[in-house]
Design a protein around this ligand. Sequence first.
Ligand code: SR1
Ligand code: MG
Length: 400
Amino acid sequence: GETMNFDEYFLMDEQAVSAYIKYKTTLFETDDLTVTEIGDGNLNYVFRVSDGERSVIVKHSGHTARISDEFVLSTDRTIREGHLIQAHSRYVPDLVPDIILIDPVMKCVIMEDLKDYTILRTALQDGQLFPFLGEELGRYLAETLIRTSDFIMPAKEKKALQKEMINPELCEITEDLVYTEPFYNNFNRNELSEDLAAVVDRIVYQDSALKAAVAQAKLKFLNKAESLIHGDLHSGSIFINKSGLKVIDPEFGFFGPAGYDLGNIIAHLFFAHTHASSSGRVEQALWIERTLDEVLRTFRSQALSILQRETIDVALRDASIIAGFINEIEKDAYIVAGLEIIRRIVWIAKVSDITSLEDDRTRAETQLLRFAVFLIKYPEQVRAYSSLFTLLDSSKESVA
Ligand code: SR1
Ligand code: MG
């Protein structure tokens, strides 16, 4: 440990993290620390450091993504993530982890260890139900997205934060993986079974109207600097237990379209719902339907209440402008939900909710793809259905 130099960046392993914590902090009295790498994401390394009683997390980034050396990324992404968590914690301190230290030299963030929590995706696949999930997600979305929009955040403060949160490399990943590659046959990172390849060819690759709608959505992602978004709000980015939830891992965050985060929540609730239904868990599937309804209702009512009470700019403080703003976020979210469903089925970053299905997988994927295509092409028609799940149901037969 004594020979390591922590004044210059290098990619740390478990042994280095142990020495680093002792050098950099006074968190632990003992030298006898256990460090375990527990990350399961696509990009970074996550170390748990424990003295047997207390523990903290060290999130650390390398020059390339963990999933593949093809992605060369600045190690500053972890620093930005730490600052983004701090920015969101102004509005939802109870829904994000406590940050202990952000180290711009070693490119790591030391934060609270959420060891009493489980990743939401895992908990849902275990068949668990959380009565508060919809309301808490709705509150997270309303507080973070509305309070960082121009309605509430003073313009100069927003622009200063925008500068700090500019995130071209990780945005490029999203631009490629969500908005481009899944819609074209000629990218080698699309990965499909033979049966599904025929479906994708017919209802995705060959649909030029779909591609035009995706291009419009991509322009929005590139240009709509609306709110400080999380940028990757799937059920693997949420920790949960019986008493609450914590949103982690906003490294794809930047000032982008507010509907992006809501759309991701919608998409991953549909993956969870598909898993529950295919596993014969009717009660859990119905609870997921109610949960999505609660997310949308809570987001809408809390967004409206914040905007009505706290919009300062007289030019924006208008009932129809405020209602239009919320409606537009919802419409953008339906489109993003469609995009996220398609890319998680077509591209290599798949979700275990779907890959763990056996005989039922192609049927479920086909239904979800049809549903997703409808969301992208006809988001304004969603209102005609009593719920998004009714629309999913009608996607058994072709609605696209
Ligand atoms: C190269 S990373 C692939 C995906 O993993 C992350 O969690 C993001 O969702 C990204 O698109
Ligand atoms: Mg992630």
